[in-house]
Design a binder for this molecule. Sequence first.
Ligand SMILES: Cc1cc2nc3c(=O)[nH]c(=O)nc-3n(C[C@H](O)[C@H](O)[C@H](O)COP(=O)(O)OP(=O)(O)OC[C@H]3O[C@@H](n4cnc5c(N)ncnc54)[C@H](O)[C@@H]3O)c2cc1C
Length: 461
Amino acid sequence: MAFSEIIDSLVRIAGRENVLTEDEDRRVYSYDATSQWKAMPDAVVFPANTGQVEGIVRLADAKGVPLTPRGGGTNVSGGSVPIRGGIALVMTKMNRILSVEPENLSARVEAGAVLMDLQGALAARKLIFPPDPQSFLGATLGGIIAENAGGPVCVKYGVTKQYILGIKAVIPAAGRAVEFGGVTVKNVVGYDLVSLITGSEGTLGVITEAVLRLMPLPAARKTLLALFDDLPKAGEAVGMVFDSGTVPAKIELLDNWVIRSINRTAGMKLPENAAAMLMFELDGRPEAVESDAAKVMRVCMAAGATGTTAAGNDAEALSWWRARSAGFAAVFSAAPTVLAEDVTVPRSRMPEFIRKVTGICKTMGLEVTVIGHAGDGNLHPSVLTDQKNAAHFEKAKIAVDRIVEAAIEFGGVLSGEHGIGLEKMKFMRRTQDPFFIEAMKQIKKTFDPRGIMNPGKIWED
Ligand SMILES: Cc1cc2nc3c(=O)[nH]c(=O)nc-3n(C[C@H](O)[C@H](O)[C@H](O)COP(=O)(O)OP(=O)(O)OC[C@H]3O[C@@H](n4cnc5c(N)ncnc54)[C@H](O)[C@@H]3O)c2cc1C
């Protein structure tokens, strides 16, 4: 069947206005949030409901056409790039919050719902969905589930998989939508396939709906900053905070580059010579938050901070967190190409690891910026380079390989929250047990026998 006939079928399923085939339209869906990879889909489709997704998946499966699900396209590991062409299935028109049940602390959403819209709807009912990837302006719940995304609050609340009770997904092998899990917090019926689909990076099926586990909005929150004249020293302070018996909701680490970027973009007046800054958020009952905040500030000073300060009110705290998000986003425009890492090491080894990363880049004459969710050892060292300068880019890639290898040596993992996608595939066989890879391939075959779902990702064939 010629691809034009596939397009005719897509138009019959989703409607002419929901199928894009022009070059300039397809190009928009050839990227993720980095500038590292691009590959054009042959067609872009926006389904309106699960029934349409079923029709599209059945068509793609029958004709062996690659199908790459896409939410906001904010991932940074190549996940949404349709590397083998075919159909880019963009879920953003399925964006309804179907129900919120405060008595069950749960909500049912369509996969294309944007996190910020969900957060707004929940805040009005004094509820939260804790996972908070800093791309909340555009990231969708489907993408967040498919990447098992994290974010600053994972220190205390855990990652996405801890907040997914049920998933409706269209599975090629079934030829229809299947409900996994349910609506209850406790559920030990058979294998935990909800957790399997969470983090599957669009390779097993298309998530169309999810049942989310919610938490009550904390009664009080407090934001603190602590400045350091040495980056690894900030890493040491993180361990000392936990050792003091306090578990903040967020502990973010920003280096000098990001501090200066925040001053420029958000008009903050942080000391430009500070080597590092830790940002903390404490939440809970008001009295506990106040005493924990005082303790964290004392611990940071004991760890060698040059100063600490607390936000005077919620508005100020919010402006600091917005500045932090902008600071991370700014890293991606800091150079023509930014190789943003996502390694995670045991918290206790973070100071040593930071030294290693800065040492690797210094020796190789490369500029690196270090930002990350320090509370869970998840760091994003970002090497600044330019893909068009072949020699520099090659050197930067070698530095990134060394950083990843160091993380593994330190007892860490390849990816803390951004996923494997295209970016980390080459490390999979080197770092994982062959049985693990084989088991994943068998699972893939069970869900997607013809290999149409987001092919060319996670492991090399
Ligand atoms: C500035 C910035 C900050 C970020 N901060 C964080 C952070 O703090 N924590 C974090 O974890 N990540 C972060 N990210 C990465 C990214 O935002 C997350 O991975 C996010 O979960 C992607 O959601 P999305 O809707 O954009 O998905 P996309 O990028 O569109 O897709 C991501 C993957 O999910 C698959 N997918 C998407 N929708 C579906 C679906 N309905 N069914 C099946 N598979 C699907 C895609 O095929 C792809 O493999 C950040 C990115 C940027 C640019």
